[in-house]
Structure formats: structure tokens, C-alpha cells
Design a binder for this molecule. Structure first.
Ligand SMILES: [Zn+2]
Ligand SMILES: [Zn+2]
Length: 144
């Protein structure tokens, strides 16, 4: 079966992963989560995610650390991150192990365009007010 492959890595590059999507799987879209756990987990206002069928994601180098995060669901959310540099890599609802949620920002550059369409925003009650202003103010080019 034809598969489409995405790869990604943490900031220090000790942990790398690969996603092999079956040909039947539609192009994944970006899901933003504004929940308070994601704010803390990412250190940002929201998390950017790809919700993918599991087992499509495997680690190709290194091993992440695991944090079981209490949630508003019955079972804790499993969050995997690099223990050396702290990069958040995945989250997975405890009650639905048929999906894996990959943090979009950890994708390698060449894969961003293909699955770079915004699909949905969740936990919008926690959406910070300034988020809607992204794109409306002058941008400054950075390093990378
Ligand atoms: Zn790392
Ligand atoms: Zn969240």
C-alpha cells in the first residue's frame, strides 16, 4: 500500500520520529488547541497539532519522556516530550489510543506545506484575545 511519510524532530535533535500515513488517510489538517494544559505544555498561547491514526507514528531515534496529564476526560492525557531539550512532541487522550496527536511545530520543514491547512480550533473558550490579531500587525523577519 502506498504510504506518505512525514518526519520531525525535537530541538536538540536527539529524538526524531516518522509518520507513515496510509494512502487512504486524508491530508491531515492543523488543529489548534487553546486549552490551559496546552498553553503550559507548549509555553505558548495554543498548541498546533496534527491528529493522526496510531500506529502511524514511530520514533526513529531516541526515546521521549512521558507525562500523564490530568484532563477533563476520565483518563489522563499522555504527553511525550524530549527529556533533554523539553520539546513537546505528542499528546494522546487516555481513552482513545487509536489516535496520536503530533505537535505540528516539530515537523521537518519540507513537510509543513503538505499538511499546513488550518482545519479546526478547539477549547476556544480559552482562546487568548490577541490571537485573532496575528497577521494584522507588522511582521519582522527573524533568524530561522
Ligand atoms: Zn531534544
Ligand atoms: Zn489542549
Amino acid at each position: 500500500m502506498a504510504q506518505r511519510t512525514l518526519t520531525g524532530r525535537c530541538l536538540c535533535e536527539k529524538v526524531t520520529y516518522q509518520v507513515d500515513l496510509p494512502a487512504t488517510e486524508p491530508e491531515p489538517k492543523v488543529i489548534l488547541c487553546h486549552c490551559t494544559s496546552c498553553k503550559r505544555y507548549t509555553g505558548s498561547s495554543f498548541s498546533s497539532n496534527l491528529v493522526l491514526p496510531q500506529p502511524s507514528m514511530t520514533y526513529t531515534q531516541g526515546a521521549p519522556k512521558i507525562h500523564l496529564c490530568p484532563s477533563d476526560r476520565e483518563l489522563p492525557v499522555r504527553r511525550e516530550f524530549c527529556g533533554d531539550c523539553g520539546t513537546p512532541l505528542t499528546s494522546q487522550p487516555g481513552d482513545n489510543q487509536s489516535i496520536i496527536i503530533v505537535k505540528w511545530g516539530t515537523l521537518d520543514d519540507e513537510h509543513r506545506e503538505w499538511c499546513g491547512t488550518l482545519g479546526a480550533e478547539i477549547y476556544c473558550k480559552r482562546r487568548d484575545e490577541w490571537v485573532g490579531e496575528i497577521g494584522s500587525v507588522r511582521g519582522v523577519e527573524g533568524m530561522k
